[in-house]
Design a binder for this molecule. Structure first.
Ligand SMILES: Nc1ncnc2c1ncn2[C@@H]1O[C@H](COP(=O)(O)OP(=O)(O)O)[C@@H](O)[C@H]1O
Ligand SMILES: [Mg+2]
Length: 372
């Protein structure tokens, strides 16, 4: 039987707080409204948004979002990443037997690796993305990205996994276990043993050794999967959208992202400029009538003077932001598309708000037309 068609992948990245979670959810709804079967993988959405997407307490499985009036055949599923459970599932899949699986899942060091090891969260987002996109259930999968300390960690995560394995770090760590070497270190009174014990604690050394020796059975599967994930990120059907605001800090970060994407040959799909100022509807200064009878004249004049400045100030802000956007575009390759999303009157936390944001986002056709 032929493998199911792989979904196209859209990854929304950018620095913290610029609106990645919001735009990825809004984009997913927009794409579903244009008839596609869409899954969105969100990472730590705010409580109210999670509720709106029906991913409140149930993590790690994609559930249907009750979007009203979707066209026939279209669907929207959402899930919230639970990186520990994803890691457990990976172990389950590649362990090759209940024994090996249980040895790993019960291991103390595994608990550390699967929850706190640098990059584990990022890697699991990629793993889940791969799983959703190759399930055959979707035409498009939208990925929100984790708020990493270093925002691009997740791009390098599959590489790191492969390198870790290729460099034989694991083999090195496994060796002493099979020869009783770790036990010697543990029992030893030399300085190395003392340092290790202080750093890791008495139990941990055995745990680490056991973990790596149990993990050996997963090795090949895990390594191959990392390579597949790496290939998915560079696939011609994948698009990276850089989310930013017009603010200087966010823009600088976006340019840095762009550089890394290009250097790593990841397909850039365009900028989503979130929270743009909106120009006043009327040209010229606002007009005011004479002061009402019960308002003292000097106070009224001061108020009018302040209000009259408003539209001009806003026009200047819009012009400054447009200048900043032009600068971004100048740094981008070819004719990089730019989608502007206005600053909304309130936070975006329900389906209606997401639909509103979605109006400013590309549909499936527009995204497919972007040549990286
Ligand atoms: N265009 C917008 N207008 C108004 N509020 C917005 C807009 N985009 C995002 N927000 C709000 O900004 C906050 C941060 O957005 P979020 O999507 O969680 O950012 P990130 O995922 O990049 O950290 C949220 O409270 C969200 O509702
Ligand atoms: Mg977020």
């Amino acid at each position: 039987m032929a493998a199911p068609a792989r979904a196209r992948v859209i990854i929304c990245c950018g620095s913290g707080g610029v609106g990645k979670t919001t735009t990825s959810a809004a984009l997913a709804i927009r794409l579903a409204r244009s008839g596609a079967r869409v899954a969105v993988l969100t990472i730590d959405p705010a409580r109210r948004l999670a509720d709106a997407l029906s991913v409140g307490d149930i993590g790690n499985t994609a559930f249907p979002v009750p979007v009203p009036d979707l066209p026939p055949g279209a669907a929207l599923h959402a899930m919230m990443l639970d990186s520990k459970r994803t890691f457990d599932d990976v172990v389950e899949r590649f362990a090759g037997g209940a024994d090996a699986r249980d040895r790993i899942l019960r291991n103390h060091y595994y608990r550390f690796v699967s929850t706190r090891l640098a990059g584990a969260h990022e890697y699991m987002a990629m793993e889940k993305l791969y799983e959703l996109s190759s399930s055959g259930d979707y035409d498009l999968v939208v990925l929100d990205t984790p708020p990493s300390r270093h925002a691009l960690d997740f791009l390098a995560a599959p590489e790191k996994m492969v390198n870790l394995m290729d460099e034989g770090v694991m083999r090195w760590l496994v060796l002493p276990a099979s020869r009783g070497g770790w036990r010697m270190i543990e029992k030893g009174s030399d300085i190395l043993a003392k340092v290790l014990r202080t750093m890791l604690g008495e139990r941990t050394i055995t745990d680490i050794a056991e973990f790596f020796s149990a993990f050996q059975s997963l090795w090949e599967g895990f390594r191959q999967r990392s390579l597949d994930v790496r290939e998915l990120l560079r696939s011609p059907d994948t698009r990276f959208l850089l989310v930013t605001t017009p603010a200087p800090g966010a823009r600088a970060e976006a340019l840095h992202f762009l550089e890394v994407l290009q250097r790593s040959h990841m397909p850039f799909g365009g900028f989503l400029i979130n929270r743009c100022a909106v120009a006043p509807i009327h040209a010229g200064p606002p007009r005011f009538g004479p002061a009402p009878a019960n308002v003292p004249e000097p106070g009224y004049a001061a108020m009018i003077a302040a209000l009259s400045e408003g539209p001009d100030r806003r026009r200047r802000l819009v012009a400054a932001q447009e200048g900043a956007i032009a600068e971004l575009r100048a740094h981008a390759p070819g004719a990089a598309p730019i989608w502007r999303i206005p600053e909304m009157d309130e936070e975006v936390h329900d389906l209606a708000g997401l639909d509103l944001v979605g109006k400013y986002l590309p549909d499936a056709t527009a995204l497919a037309e972007v040549r990286p």
